[in-house]
Design a protein around this ligand. Structure first.
Ligand code: NDP
Ligand code: PMR
Length: 394
């Protein structure tokens, strides 16, 4: 009952009309299994110092030295400070994870953000120690920016031990698609294609890292998984036969949607999350053995208060947190979610590759099952090959 009452407030009107028209079966709501779901620091990192091109406005500086990792017990080899790149670290989950890692004293965080000033203010407001992070400009809505970022980060001369593809946009109320600089529909362009190029480029750097556990993490979500109640809230993720992706998602010569259908911002986001989870597994199959890199994805819980919902209607933003707290009980705070993602970055117990991590009500991590589509190996291969073409790698 409570779920049904909430549905009328929380569901997008398109979804409600779809229900009325019978396009969505009631069983989709009730008959499915509920699854719980940059001046540059050098010395203490043991880095070579490189002279940076000061004309580049893309790299900005944080001063002072990086805190040392705690001394290792006698007989054990000291582990150096790790370096983790986190995209979209200026708010929400990315910021909370950057804070958790920075506070551990064991990590230097490269905050890969599109808005330098916002990221700088956010890091300061979160109380992150000055020397524990570096902000480097990255706009995932531009493949040129992704390539420039890779070059700038390499210019820092730091090792790259962990990469977290976290940034995302969600446009549930958009009537028309918007596009990246390269002409891809924005949600899939930023959430998937920008990250795909970034991850492919940085794989070499991860491979050459001497860190005990190097990792590439791509944030997924329950809402892209149709084996869950949340994943059955319309519009449901569905990549179809990938005809829209194959045609370039440009909304003119082709559809802006991966499946070739009519534009729907909420579905585009969920489709992008399916691509994120498929990409993680394809990386695992192609590169885990050869590189020793751990590839992982996760659903951190419903962080109902983040900026992800900034484009949603005010009533949704008002009701969503209490709905998730008291009705679905899927809510987690930004702080808790940040600790979860920080575990996937650094916990020795979460070294297994190819895993989609979730947490139970006691906040214990477990290996979760992906939906049929999000674990379809043939689809993963096709998404990989089409994405390669779109970002200019094939
Ligand atoms: P936020 O909106 O708080 O964070 C998103 C981040 O992505 C922001 O830092 C934003 O930058 C950045 N970003 C957006 N567009 C670009 C771009 N073009 N280039 C670079 N950075 C960009 O949302 P969340 O913290 O909730 O989302 C983080 C991740 O968690 C996403 O992958 C999301 O799918 C996932 N997730 C979230 C859930 C939730 O309940 N909130 C649940 C499951 C998964 P800026 O600050 O400049 O806007
Ligand atoms: Mg959902 C256990 C049930 C559950 C969980 C864990 C989520 C998570 N949601 C659940 C159930 C429901 N939601 C139900 C029953 C409804 C109908 C009332 C519902 C509705 C709903 C809407 C309209 N939920 C939403 C929306 C959004 O716009 C959010 C979204 O899809 O963003 C893409 C969302 C979410 N619900 C979640 C989570 C984690 C989200 C947002 C984030 C995401 O996947 O990144």
């Amino acid at each position: 009952m409570a779920l049904q009452a909430a549905a009328s407030f929380l569901l997008p009107s398109s979804a409600l009309s779809a229900r009325k028209e019978g396009a969505v079966k009631d069983s989709a709501f009730l008959g499915v299994r509920l699854v719980d779901g940059l001046r540059l620091e050098t010395g203490s990192l043991g880095l070579r110092t490189k002279r940076l091109n000061t004309s580049s406005v893309a790299i900005r500086a944080q001063a002072t030295a990086v805190s040392e990792a705690p001394a290792a017990p006698a007989g054990k080899k000291a582990v150096r400070t790790g370096t983790a790149i986190i995209t979209g670290a200026s708010s929400g989950l990315g910021l909370a994870t950057a804070k958790a890692l920075s506070e551990s004293g064991k990590w230097h965080v490269i905050m890969a953000c599109r808005d330098y000033l916002k990221a700088a203010r956010a890091a300061r407001a979160a109380g992150m120690a000055k020397g524990s992070y570096t902000i480097v400009h990255l706009d995932l809505a531009s493949l040129d920016s992704v390539r420039q970022f890779v070059s700038n980060v390499r210019g820092l001369g730091m090792p790259i031990d962990v990469v977290v593809c976290n940034a995302a946009v969600y446009q549930p109320t958009a009537k028309q698609p918007s596009f990246t600089a390269d002409g891809f529909e924005l949600s899939v362009g930023v959430n998937h294609l920008g990250h795909f190029l970034l991850a492919r480029e940085l794989l070499e750097d991860l491979k050459s890292s001497d860190f005990p556990s190097k990792r590439l993490i791509i944030v997924g979500s329950i809402t892209g998984n149709t084996n869950t109640l949340a994943g059955n809230v319309p519009p449901k993720a569905n990549l179809g036969d990938l005809r829209g992706l194959a045609a370039g998602l440009n909304g003119t010569a082709s559809s802006a949607m991966i499946d070739g259908g009519e534009f729907d911002g909420a579905k585009a986001y969920k489709d992008s999350k399916v691509c994120n989870m498929l990409t993680m597994q394809e990386f695992h199959r192609r590169f885990h053995e050869e590189t020793g890199v751990t590839f992982a994805s996760l659903y951190p819980g419903c962080i109902a208060t983040t900026g992800l919902f900034r484009e949603h209607v005010p009533l949704f933003r008002f009701l969503f947190p209490p709905f998730q707290k008291y009705i679905t009980k899927g809510y987690v705070s930004e702080e808790e979610a940040g600790k979860r993602l920080a575990q996937v970055v650094s916990e020795p117990s979460l070294t297994k590759s190819g895993v989609y991590w979730s947490w139970n009500q006691n906040s214990a991590s477990f290996e979760n099952q992906l939906s049929e589509e999000a674990s379809d190996t043939e689809k993963a291969r096709k998404v990989w090959e089409l994405s390669e073409k779109l970002v200019g790698l094939a």
